[in-house]
Design a protein around this ligand. Structure first.
Ligand SMILES: [Zn+2]
Length: 267
């Protein structure tokens, strides 16, 4: 895994309260401590796979990255980012010993700005995304729903839309599955391998896996869909004992992954 900087969000965003979204977004004075912007990197025998691509550094260096006016103001209320010079997707991959040119498949949990950062450099890869997520990002005024279309739809990207599930290499090792709620077309990815616990990458379905386990859902997204997808994760956990759930902005994700990779399970 790698992280393209850090993000601070509102506590009401991490865990749903009675306060409605427009209210806390406009009035909250608190930020969480900095959280990672995780990208998961999978070495598969058929090529390198990424789950999400992080936040673009241009978002903190380019004054025109965010829209002007009301939309820009709302983005600034929602999250604040710190992204160092070394914290680009390409540099972080390089530090792990990979070349961004060798990425074969990218799975995007959803199309919000902090998950699509490296897309401009991934024209050679297949980009897997939920079909309803693509549709949501193409709606008029999509930027009011968190979709910065000019940073998503780079010319020449090879999109592949997923309806419900997709077995990426048709070998059962990497399965993409629809887990809507945070956004209409949010995806998760299940990674099964013979010697280690099964991993489930969930994007922004939760910001804290202990909250997920107790069915406390985040403050953004469809409540009923978030609950249904949270229960879907519980079904996976029942099906795959020892399942490790890894979220995009969960501060514990790194240690969860580390301990999972140190567990060599006999089957
Ligand atoms: Zn996110």
């Amino acid at each position: 895994m790698l992280s393209t900087g850090t993000v601070q969000i509102r506590p009401e965003h991490v865990k749903r309260t009675r306060s409605p979204l427009p209210w806390w977004l406009l009035t909250s004075r608190r930020w969480t401590s900095p959280r990672p912007i995780n990208v998961y990197v999978v070495e598969h025998e058929h090529g390198l796979v990424l789950f999400d691509t992080g936040q673009d550094r241009a978002s903190v260096t380019d004054a025109d990255y965010f829209p002007p006016g009301l939309a820009g103001f709302l983005y600034s209320r929602l999250a604040r980012f710190r992204i160092g010079q070394e914290q680009t997707l390409a540099t972080q991959l390089h530090l792990l010993g990979y070349d961004i040119a060798h990425v074969r498949v990218v799975v995007l949990s959803h199309l919000h700005q902090d998950h699509i950062g490296g897309l401009g450099e991934l024209g050679h890869a297949q980009i897997i995304v939920g079909r309803s997520e693509l549709a949501a990002a193409r709606e008029p005024f999509a930027e009011m729903n968190g979709y910065l279309t000019q940073h998503i739809f780079h010319p020449g990207l090879k999109w592949k839309a997923v309806d419900d599930t997709l077995d990426i290499f048709e070998d059962g090792s990497l399965t993409v599955t629809s887990t809507p709620g945070h956004t209409p077309g949010s995806l998760s990815m299940l990674l099964r391998q013979s010697d280690f616990p099964t991993l489930l990458f969930v994007g922004d379905l939760t910001y804290d896996v202990t909250l997920l386990a107790s069915e406390h859902i985040p403050g953004i997204g469809s409540k009923s869909e978030l609950l249904a997808s949270t229960r879907r994760v519980a079904e996976f956990a029942a099906q795959y004992p020892g399942l490790v759930v890894l979220a995009a902005h969960d501060p514990t994700a790194q240690s969860l992954l580390k301990s999972a990779m140190s567990k060599n399970v006999d089957r």
